[in-house]
Design a protein around this ligand. Structure first.
Ligand code: ASP
Ligand code: MG
Length: 508
């Protein structure tokens, strides 16, 4: 009943065999159904987000999914920290920096307890528990030393922040591996410092794919050969010199596709707490629904523009090898979720989904003095690049009076400071009149690959907004024509989304 070969040749749902796992052994009464045809016989890389490993019950469920994958083919799992843990670690690091060494140590203790509790619920044998406990204790002990050092020096370098903020993944991976072993498989936790080689940019490192390929194949393939299911830590990697780095907040998705590409996986499955990619945020638009298949382009646009299902860089590593990526709900594994493929499936109309990002800030650099200044654009965006602020939208009118762009609000302050420095003398000499900041805005995007070449979509979009009385502050459409985005006042977002969702018939 297995479907063999490359992804894309998946069995149809009616060929499906229901696999039922009784997790009574785990002390968690939970029946679990997953269709065999959804599990490929090739190599799968599966990632579990924070909520999917959020407590003992969730970890049990995740382990069952991993086990099902490993029984059907070869499977590598990538795990996030238990939900909330990374935030608490970052908090503890900052507390330590402020001199609160003891409070930071207390935070470490409470993390130890939380993982210890999950361990007791999930692993029955005392000997097996001991093995895992030793690992957890060693990681916590490291964390305590980092916090102590930070409190002593009252200094928190990006490097130390990486070491502290990544402790959560180093705690969750051994737990998940232990539970997979409880299900009768061989499994081992692997720290991604042994797999993913990155540059030295702490807090947002980029992978070096060639080295990552060599390193991860050398470490993972022998495990798979011996029938061991590797459970890798998400979020982190290491420089060529062995210094631990992190890939940025939410980076475990990225870890999964980096490993998927490095290991030539047949598919990557992102197990999360939502049923795939939706036509709009269901909290804002009631009749939003799951999109069965979308293209890399569409998914990237959606990730970029705040659908928040995927880390924005997630698809980069898999595009070249055309590895499909699934987004599925670990709390409802019987549902298929969304499949992301090179071309997506084309469904009529052109528009696939709407997104909105609200925690954005609009920055404008301008004034009449910039007309004809040839280097303002260049300098503006080399400055944003220097501070690694990701620019979400750019708009410049042909009068050249003003360049405005949107960045995530988290990046806004350092971007503006850097711009004021860069343009200090121009501001003094009134070549640049202002660098202005507006945090009360939102960016809404209408996304669809087949919008390309379909006339009238912009017209419909803006007509619908006009009818709703939504004021447009700036507009941008890339020449790829797969996205029309616009800036509006934050308080108009819900109205705008509902009007457009109806306009393009995206509802159920
Ligand atoms: N644990 C990390 C974070 O919360 C990475 C992730 O979950 O993807 O940012
Ligand atoms: Mg996450």
């Amino acid at each position: 009943m297995r479907t063999h070969g490359k992804a894309g040749m998946w069995g149809t749902p009616d060929l499906a065999v229901r696999m039922e796992y009784d997790s009574g052994k785990l002390g968690v009464e939970h029946k679990f159904g997953l269709r065999w045809s959804e599990m490929s016989a090739g190599l799968q890389v599966m990632k579990f987000g924070g909520t999917s490993v959020g407590n003992a019950e969730c970890i049990a469920r995740a382990a069952q999914i991993v086990a099902a994958g490993a029984r059907a083919g070869r499977c590598v799992a990538v795990v996030s920290a238990m939900s909330g843990v990374t935030n608490r670690l970052i908090e503890a690091a900052k507390t330590a920096q402020g001199g609160g060494g003891e409070a930071a140590a207390d935070a470490m203790d409470s993390l130890r307890e939380q993982h210890e509790r999950a361990l007791r619920e999930l692993v029955k044998g005392e000997a097996e528990r001991d093995v895992v406990r030793k690992k957890l204790d060693a990681v916590i002990a490291e964390g305590l030393r980092f916090c102590e050092g930070t409190a002593l020096l009252r200094e928190l370098s990006p490097r130390t922040m990486d070491a502290i903020s990544s402790l959560g993944e180093r705690l969750s991976a051994p737990l998940v591996a232990a539970v997979v072993r409880e299900l009768g498989l061989k499994s081992e936790a692997v720290e991604a410092t042994e797999l993913i080689v990155t540059d030295e940019f702490h807090g947002g490192a980029e992978p070096r794919m060639e080295e990552t390929r060599k390193k991860s194949q050398a470490r993972i393939l022998p495990l798979l050969e011996r029938g061991v299911v590797p459970i890798a830590t998400g979020f982190l990697g290491a420089t060529a010199g062995g210094e631990l780095t992190t890939l940025g907040r939410g980076g475990s998705d990225y870890s999964a596709t980096i490993l998927g590409a490095a290991l030539d996986a047949d598919e990557v499955i992102i197990w999360t707490d939502v049923e795939g990619v939706l036509t709009a945020d269901p909290r804002l638009v009631k009749d939003a629904q799951t999109i069965p298949e979308i293209s890399y382009r569409e998914a990237a646009e959606l990730a970029y523009f705040g659908a928040k299902v995927l880390h924005p860089k997630t698809l980069r590593p898999v595009v070249q090898a055309a590895i499909p990526v699934w987004i599925r709900n670990s709390f409802a594994p019987e549902k298929l979720g969304t499949k992301i493929t090179p071309d997506g499936r084309s469904i009529g109309g052109g528009v696939k989904a709407l997104t909105a990002i609200r925690d954005v800030t609009l920055i404008s650099v301008g004034g009449p003095g910039i007309i004809g200044l040839p280097d303002v654009v260049g300098r503006t965006f080399s400055t944003t690049a220097e501070v690694r602020a990701s620019v979400l939208l750019i708009s410049q009118s042909s009068s050249q009076n003003d360049i405005c762009f949107g960045v995530s609000s988290a990046d806004a302050q350092r971007t503006v400071e850097a711009l004021r420095k860069e343009f200090a003398s121009d501001l003094d000499h009134h070549k640049v009149e202002h660098i202005r900041v507006d945090p009360q805005i939102a960016i809404v995007a209408v996304v669809g690959q087949n919008m390309c070449g379909t006339p009238g979509i912009a017209g419909k979009t803006f007509a619908a907004l006009g009818r709703e009385g939504v004021n447009l502050i700036a507009i941008a459409q890339g020449s790829s024509e797969t996205n029309i985005s616009f800036v509006i006042e934050e308080q108009a977002v819900v109205r705008a989304l509902q009007a457009l969702h109806g306009e393009f018939g995206l509802g159920k």
